[in-house]
Design a protein around this ligand. Structure first.
Ligand code: UD1
Ligand code: CA
Length: 457
């Protein structure tokens, strides 16, 4: 089996996005367009992958820097799709096999479709095979002109005759090419057309004149080759991705109350019998166990939620872990590097940052707990604040097992409250409280009897 080389075109301007960002870096369904295309390309296990960049090339390259083995070809200026593919020649010279050409702005293509394209291309011994689809109202696309049922030419909309404009079979912009004749043929492309560009689809005519086989593979579901040229199309693509993703999760045993408003990223894992309520966003490398309840308005990013956790309405959880049976929210903010223990409670208007809350501990109301290590069965009273920042440095607070922090206390870090110790409500604790002690640090109350009567006189 000869090898597969992938080339992805991503040099175009993307004018209709009206964006300062490169088009292929816009996101749909939790991934950038180019990331989606690269994932699909990876399914072919290619011998090499080249991305052709041009407009805002550095931004695109920066965004893809972490991807191993990716090569870039610079197209400057951008003189059309045929010219774009030609820029990949230095990376592919001397190689053999099949080039699969993808567009960086066509993100819905399935791996199965690509595999079928390559299979047909090879089975027919074609020099070029184009993926086509039938669409209603094909304004912007190149039209597939057939003679006697066989591919004869691809004509761009702007160059098409009224009769050709009536054709509803279009060029997806996705192709398989044999490497051997490819670059010589690309060099013979001409730009005498309506847009003054070197059109890649003109290869069809060149190959036919050379007596080579050109093929077209018609795709069943034309939505797969939807390109993103505007923000409207970006939203359309995101909606399709959401529907597909949610159907997949529901089939696997996750309840989604309102699939129209659940936005769940491609890498998120969710266990069976978990219920996802409306307007929930689950992003990045998030894992959610089974039998969880994720209530409306919750956003969870790069976090692990174990089995049987309830996240009440309007919580944000980022880069943290919540252990089995814990209860979060409503209106809680769990910031990075926090760890909520088994069966622990984090209640309304409570914020954790880089804080461990031990098994069975409770911080039910209105607290800020930052840089703290809190043991098991600890009770954090309403309004407790760890004063972790002195304006220059962050300091830790340690609260040992079974401690009780009275309401409206400040714990001025670095400070330690020992095992089983109590802190009296309203205290400003600046010194360690030994195990088993009561720490009390507040003004003494005096009552002035008869004060009101005297004041009236
Ligand atoms: C192209 C096809 C058209 C097809 C359509 C499918 C040509 C001439 N036309 O048209 O037949 O129906 O795609 O979506 O090929 N690009 C570069 N460098 C360039 C020009 C474009 O890298 O100089 C890249 C773009 O970034 C994009 C892709 O090539 O990823 C397609 O370019 P675009 O301008 O969108 O082509 P269309 O006019 O849509
Ligand atoms: Ca396009």
């Amino acid at each position: 089996m000869s090898s597969i080389h992938v080339v992805i075109l991503a040099a175009g301007r993307g004018t209709r996005m009206n964006s300062a960002e490169p088009k292929v870096l816009h996101k749909a369904g939790g991934l950038s367009l180019i990331d989606r295309v690269l994932r699909t390309a990876d399914s072919l296990d290619p011998a090499s992958t080249v991305v052709v960049v041009g407009h805002l090339a550095e931004r695109v390259q920066d965004a893809l820097r972490k991807r191993m083995g990716l090569r870039f070809a610079l197209q400057a200026p951008q003189l059309g799709t045929g010219h774009a593919l030609l820029q990949a020649e230095p990376h592919l010279a001397g190689r053999s096999g099949t080039v699969v050409l993808l567009s960086g702005d066509v993100p819905l293509l399935r791996p199965e479709t690509l595999a079928a394209l390559v299979e047909t291309h090879r089975a027919r011994g074609a020099a070029a095979t184009v993926l086509t689809a039938r669409v209603a109202g094909p304004h912007e696309y190149g039209r597939i002109v057939r003679e006697g049922g066989r591919l004869a030419a691809i004509v761009e909309h702007k160059d098409a005759t009224p009769e050709q404009r009536g054709i509803d079979e279009i060029n997806s912009g996705i192709y398989a090419f044999e490497l051997e004749p490819l670059f010589a043929a690309l060099k013979s492309l001409e730009s005498a057309n309506a847009q003054g560009e070197y059109y890649l689809p003109d290869l069809v005519g060149i190959y036919r004149a050379q007596g080579r086989t050109v093929e077209a593979v018609l795709l069943e579901d034309s939505r797969e080759i939807l390109g993103v040229n505007s923000r409207r199309e970006l939203a359309d693509v995101a909606a399709i991705l959401k529907t597909t993703r949610n159907e997949e999760l529901m089939a696997a045993g996750v309840s989604i109350v309102d699939p129209a408003s659940a936005w769940i990223g491609p890498d998120v894992v969710i266990g069976v019998d978990t219920v996802i309520h409306p307007n929930v966003y689950l992003e990045g490398q998030t894992r959610i166990g089974s039998n969880c309840e994720i209530h409306a308005g919750v956003r969870i990013v790069d976090s692990t939620i174990d089995d049987g956790v309830v996240v009440n309405n309007y919580c944000v959880i980022t880069e943290s872990h919540v252990a089995r049976g814990a209860r979060i929210g409503p209106f809680a903010h769990i910031r990075p590097q926090s760890d909520v223990g088994e069966g622990a409670h984090v209640g309304n208007f409570t914020e954790l940052k880089k804080t461990t809350l031990g098994k069975g501990s409770k911080a039910n109301h209105l607290s800020y707990l930052g840089d703290a290590v809190i043991g098991e069965r600890v009770n954090i009273g309403a309004g407790t604040i760890t004063c972790n920042y002195d304006g220059t440095h962050k300091h830790p607070t340690i609260i040992e097992d079974g401690a009780f922090i009275g309401s409206d206390s400040q714990l001025v870090a670095p400070v330690r409250v020992g095992q089983g110790a109590y802190v009296a409500a309203g205290s400003s604790i600046v010194k360690d409280v030994p195990p088993g002690a009561l720490g009390i640090a507040r003004g003494k109350q005096t009552n002035k009897t008869g004060w009101v009567e005297k004041r009236k006189k």
